[in-house]
Design a protein around this ligand. Structure first.
Ligand code: CU
Ligand code: ZN
Length: 188
């Protein structure tokens, strides 16, 4: 009888320990989620670099299959223009070079947005019409709003020329004509 009681006590103790450790996990994730909700939307407002007229807005919206990127850019010369996320959210220099190189947390080669080997920041090109406006929308499977591929606080750069999608590490897209920092926009 004493033995059974001891066994029951041991089982009860074990259950309590399991309960405590499980309980410790749940409030941590729950509390974390409450304090820092997942980012659902981000925005970059693009301003022209010195001597240029390119401006616009790029929005980023989280979807189950990736981040939907919507761009509306004006003041371009007609045709294709390189369009990337660059590593630093710093548009302070006159030529936009303060934004650094292409955002590349995976240390991969430059490529097209549809390539498996690409910089996370490789969005390829936007194409401006005869009026100099480029409107484009697509869903990117690589970029995120958290973790090493997070684009928050980095910069969107539009280039004077076309990204050839193969020249390393820039795509040979030429000068930077517009720059904007990506910020959180969960303003619902
Ligand atoms: Cu670029
Ligand atoms: Zn690149």
């Amino acid at each position: 009888m004493k033995n059974l009681k001891l066994q029951l006590t041991t089982i009860l103790l074990c259950l309590t320990v399991v309960g405590i450790s499980a309980g410790q996990h749940q409030p941590q994730t729950g509390g974390h989620a409450e304090m820092k909700p997942a980012i659902e939307k981000a925005i970059a407002v693009l301003y022209p670099t010195k001597g240029n007229t390119v401006s616009g807005i790029v929005t980023f919206t989280k979807l189950p299959e990736g981040i939907k990127v919507t761009s509306n850019i004006t003041g371009l010369t007609p045709g294709k223009h390189g369009f990337h996320i660059h590593e630093f959210g710093d548009c302070s220099s006159e030529d936009g070079t303060s934004a650094g190189g292409h955002f590349n947390p995976s240390m991969m080669a430059h490529g097209a947005p549809t390539d498996s080997v690409r910089h996370s920041g490789d969005f390829g090109n936007i194409t401006a019409d005869s009026a100099g406006t480029a409107i484009m929308e697509w869903i990117d499977p690589v970029i995120t709003f958290d973790g090493p591929h997070s684009i928050i606080g980095r910069a969107v750069i539009i280039h004077a020329g076309e990204d050839d999608l193969k020249t390393q590490p820039t795509g040979a897209a030429g000068a930077r004509v517009a720059c904007g920092v990506i910020g959180i926009d969960d303003n619902k």
